[in-house]
Design a protein around this ligand. Structure first.
Ligand code: SAM
Ligand code: SF4
Length: 503
């Protein structure tokens, strides 16, 4: 059982919407939505569900019953796109039996392929990019007349700030809260800046209000989501949130150039009255000490000392940072346009461990990026040896059409070499993650209870502050409560413990 929040959670791929609360309103039509890719996509599906329900549609988790099937797609690697194409062939059969049924493709693949999708996949009726979900009701009406409907316009200010997401497959304890959209970073391997557009931050008041509501509804953990949360920024003169306020970060260019000259830590360059990520974290943490706060993803160039001090200051901000490195070679990092060097990254990890000694750290790694040599691969392994990550998401490089790398560099590392390097990395990391689990044995950890264990109905599971799954005997404990657990043993993926007391 690995339910840790991660960028690309294999266990959740293709997860369909199962309504948390079934209501008895007379709906006109049923929709089915299935999501792929990162947590942002799963959060977007909750926005889509809200828009559809407001327009008289009801959710179903049985696609054969649906009038509308949506598939919220991911383009990050070729494999993600192949998975979606395969799934579409399964929907083809149902559509034959139910000719009026509409099939819509949402998200990054829709944005990347645009109308080309309609030519390649004849069964698709709607193609809708991540910034166009408000137009779904109109597009559905258009598609119902037999026309193909497409909206892939990207926006500079859409944040869906005023839309209250409908929680999908919720355990009533953890929720994702989107705090920004898009990305300006232009890492050379990455398709996200092209599929999700320019970076923009959501109005802070609407974020706090959503988190407060979640807490009042009984949720006990929020994960603040963005491709690059540390560059969250709200300008001092706040526009009216009801006008859908969105903000770009004015200090960004300044920060990046100071970083390239290798100052450490970078000057914050923030303006009085502005809401930075550190301030936002603090405001969410202050909602209640009983509300745990997590966030993902941090870019090493942007995470500041202010953020680290804020994490250290508040007990309910989890001591866990997902800090993707991508490569251990400074030359490869430069080609990837990550704007930091190996030494810079190591200094950042050291700083995190200095300010938050008990902090869990996870990462993303890519093997076989263009021109990567055997020695540079060894540098990635030695960096992992140094950092000894609690968790790592490792991929071999997959060239994405239109990215900077696809245009500038040759994808010259053979597939078998990429895969062999990936396997070496996975083998190395397995030892590190086991070590991280073993280090927990003998400690007492505060655990937020998230559900019943899949293996035994007499057991519950929850997570520690450092994001590790713990299984323990149920007793009279309930989901959503905190408890102190003595960790007595572990497997590679799970801690096993016994309850000390309720907190
Ligand atoms: N914004 C996050 C960041 O900067 O770390 C991550 C975004 S991306 C959705 C998640 C991960 O996918 C990346 O960190 C990277 O390791 C991986 N990834 C992105 N593009 C890739 C590609 N073309 N081939 C292989 N892996 C890729
Ligand atoms: Fe992609 Fe880089 Fe943006 Fe992450 S920071 S989404 S890897 S461009």
């Amino acid at each position: 059982m690995n339910i840790a929040i991660k960028e690309h959670d294999e266990a959740r791929q293709g997860e369909a919407f199962a309504p948390f609360v079934i209501d008895s309103n007379p709906y006109k039509k049923f929709f089915y939505i299935e999501s792929y890719g990162c947590a942002m996509n799963f959060a977007d599906s909750e926005v889509v569900a809200s828009i559809l329900i407001d327009n008289g549609f009801a959710a179903t988790n049985n696609y054969k019953q649906a009038d509308l099937i949506f598939i919220n797609t991911c383009s990050i690697r070729e494999k993600a796109e192949t998975t979606v194409r395969k799934r579409l062939t399964e929907f083809r059969q149902v559509k034959k039996e139910k000719p009026g049924m509409l099939v819509g493709v949402l998200g990054c693949m829709a944005e990347r392929l645009k109308a080309q999708f309609l030519e390649e996949e004849k069964l698709v009726d709607l193609v809708v990019g991540p910034d166009a979900y408000r137009t779904l009701p109109g597009l559905i009406e258009e598609a119902e007349t037999g026309q193909k409907a497409v909206n892939v316009l990207l926006s500079r200010d859409e944040t869906y700030a005023d839309i209250a997401p409908i929680r999908l497959n919720s355990n009533g304890v953890n929720a994702f809260v989107s705090i920004m959209r898009g990305c300006n970073n232009m890492c050379s391997f990455c398709v996200v800046p092209f599929t999700r557009g320019r970076e923009r931050s959501r109005d802070a008041a609407s974020i706090i209000s959503e988190c407060k509501t979640l807490f009042e509804q009984g949720y006990r953990e929020v994960t603040l989501l963005g491709q690059n949360v540390d560059s969250y920024y709200q300008a001092p003169a706040s526009p009216n949130p009801s006008e859908g306020g969105a903000y770009e970060h004015p200090a960004k260019e300044k920060k990046i150039s100071s970083l390239q000259s290798s100052t450490f830590p970078p000057p914050s360059g923030e303006i009085e009255g502005a809401v930075t990520f550190a301030l936002l974290l603090e405001q969410v943490a202050l909602i209640s000490p009983l509300l745990r706060v997590r966030f993902s993803t941090s870019h090493p160039k942007d995470i500041t000392d202010d953020v680290l001090h804020t994490i250290a200051k508040y007990e309910n901000i989890c001591n866990y940072i997902h800090l993707p490195v991508q490569s251990g070679s400074s030359r490869v990092l430069q080609m990837m346009n990550r704007t930091y060097s190996r030494e810079w990254y190591i200094a950042k990890v050291n700083r995190i461990r200095e300010l938050i000694p008990d902090c869990g750290i996870s990462t993303d790694m890519i093997t076989g990026f263009c021109t990567e040599t055997e020695e540079e691969h060894q540098e990635s392994l030695s960096l992992m040896e140094y950092c000894k990550y609690d968790l790592a998401y490792m991929y071999f490089y997959s060239e994405r059409p239109g990215t900077l790398a696809a245009r500038r560099f040759e994808d010259d590392v053979p597939l078998d070499v990429k895969k062999r390097r990936l396997q070496e990395m996975i083998d190395l990391h397995r030892g590190h993650s086991l070590l991280a689990m073993q280090k927990e044995v003998g400690k007492i950890r505060k655990v937020l209870i998230e559900g019943a264990s899949k293996k035994s109905e007499n057991d519950l599971y929850g997570r520690t502050d450092q994001n590790k799954v713990v299984v323990f005997a149920k007793g009279d404990l309930k989901v959503g409560e905190y408890t102190e657990v003595f960790i007595s043993s572990c497997t590679a993926g799970t801690l096993i413990g016994s309850v000390i007391k309720n907190t």
